[in-house]
Design a protein around this ligand. Sequence first.
Ligand SMILES: Nc1nc2c(ncn2[C@@H]2O[C@H](COP(=O)(O)OP(=O)(O)OP(=O)(O)O)[C@@H](O)[C@H]2O)c(=O)[nH]1
Ligand SMILES: [Mg+2]
Length: 246
Amino acid sequence: MKIVVIIPTYNECQVIADLIDALEVEFRAIANHELAILIVDGNSPDGTAVAVEAKAKQHQNIYLIIEKSKRGLGMAYIDGMNYAIRQMKADAFIEFDGDFQHDPKDIKRLVAELDNGYDYVIGSRYIAGGSIPQEWAWHRKFLSRFGSLFIKWLLGLPTNDNTSGFKLTRIAGFYDKLPLSIDKILSRRYAYKIHLLYVMYRNGAKIKEVPIKFLERQGGTSKSSPKDIFESLLVAFVLYKRRLLD
Ligand SMILES: Nc1nc2c(ncn2[C@@H]2O[C@H](COP(=O)(O)OP(=O)(O)OP(=O)(O)O)[C@@H](O)[C@H]2O)c(=O)[nH]1
Ligand SMILES: [Mg+2]
């Protein structure tokens, strides 16, 4: 199968080259699939795209989309997902952060569950064996953990990590159901993740959580903001209302 690792970036030039190298090493251990990297850069002023272009000269499986400007995490992923499906003819895609918070070594564990027949594999911080960074302030730990629990309860989800950024999606059977356009997606930012998870679940995806250790950023600065928390709750309430009307 063709599996595309989609990485949105905004000012990640400190680590993106090392991250690509680490992914390429890991890909060699997944011999039964064809893996590619698709970077969706928000026109970073720090030269992230230049660093990616240099790596693309070394490896043939690196693709780069440069957006006109920073449009939000959700929009970057939607652009990437549409490109992976339509232009790259992907069978599955993986959502992956560009700051080393996700461990490239975990990719093969997600892919193994695709091979086991699962459609949606979540790198989960909130099952046995998973974790979040110890360095996080208590309020970030609290909001992340209880936000995820609240979303699970509100939407009747079977999953424990409902805001994870590290996920594998099988495309066959789900592409036409996914809200992959600006007029369908409920958030252009982080909260798009809750919308896609809910749609996969409601459309009968076989879901598997595998434990991951979510690491601390290796460089650069965070783009997450308190707005993402409010938007996540808003998206969850909109989905809850839709569920009542279904
Ligand atoms: N193209 C694009 N990439 C983005 C945008 N917002 C965030 N990113 C990238 O998406 C990934 C996740 O964003 P982060 O800022 O790391 O969010 P986070 O992991 O929740 O926050 P930290 O734990 O503080 O790093 C990183 O690779 C960012 O560079 C955006 O608007 N456009
Ligand atoms: Mg991050």
